[in-house]
Write a protein that binds this ligand. Structure first.
Ligand SMILES: [Zn+2]
Length: 163
């Protein structure tokens, strides 16, 4: 499952070209690396290399849980919403999450279910007001997560501005 969308955030009118809207919407993110990270996330390009389970993943009878579970806590499916918003295993990510959620006035200490995390992540990603800081947070978590799991990094290396 991908976090794809067919219209602008907060726009209930008829869907227009997803490509055009996507381009326009992500221009709220001025940092090239942050924009690249969040674009890959929204396009579903981070699974299964970076995260072993797709967003919104629910148990299926044929699952081999060991191949799908979080490499941090080994208790939940390794979805991006789990790693970004729920898992407490990697302290550096917990710290990034705490600062990010506080900055957008969302309680960082609230315990959230997987489905709550999924909905929260969608609302953060598709908010015109929050997309820039969400993209920065995503980029920061990807760096930590990839380093910790020996996953090759692709463009998350720098926070420098580049257009
Ligand atoms: Zn975990």
């Amino acid at each position: 499952m991908q976090l794809c969308f067919t219209s602008d955030p907060d726009d209930n009118l008829e869907p227009r070209s997803p490509i055009l809207c996507f381009h326009h919407y992500l221009h709220c993110v001025s940092n090239y690396h942050h924009r690249r990270s969040v674009t890959r996330l929204i396009c579903g390009d981070l699974c299964p290399m970076t995260f072993q389970s797709s967003p919104g993943r629910r148990p299926k009878p044929e699952d081999v849980f060991n191949l799908k579970c979080c490499r941090g806590c080994r208790q939940h499916y390794e979805t991006l919403e789990h790693v970004l918003l729920q898992c407490l295993h990697v302290l550096e990510i917990v710290d990034l999450r705490h600062r990010f959620l506080s900055s957008v006035n969302i309680d960082p200490n609230l315990e959230r279910s997987e489905s709550h995390c999924f909905e929260l992540l969608k609302s953060l990603l598709f908010s015109w007001d929050w997309i820039a800081c969400t993209a920065s947070f995503v980029n920061g978590v990807l760096k930590v997560w990839k380093n910790g799991n020996n996953i090759e990094r692709e463009g998350e290396d720098s926070d420098e501005e580049r257009e």
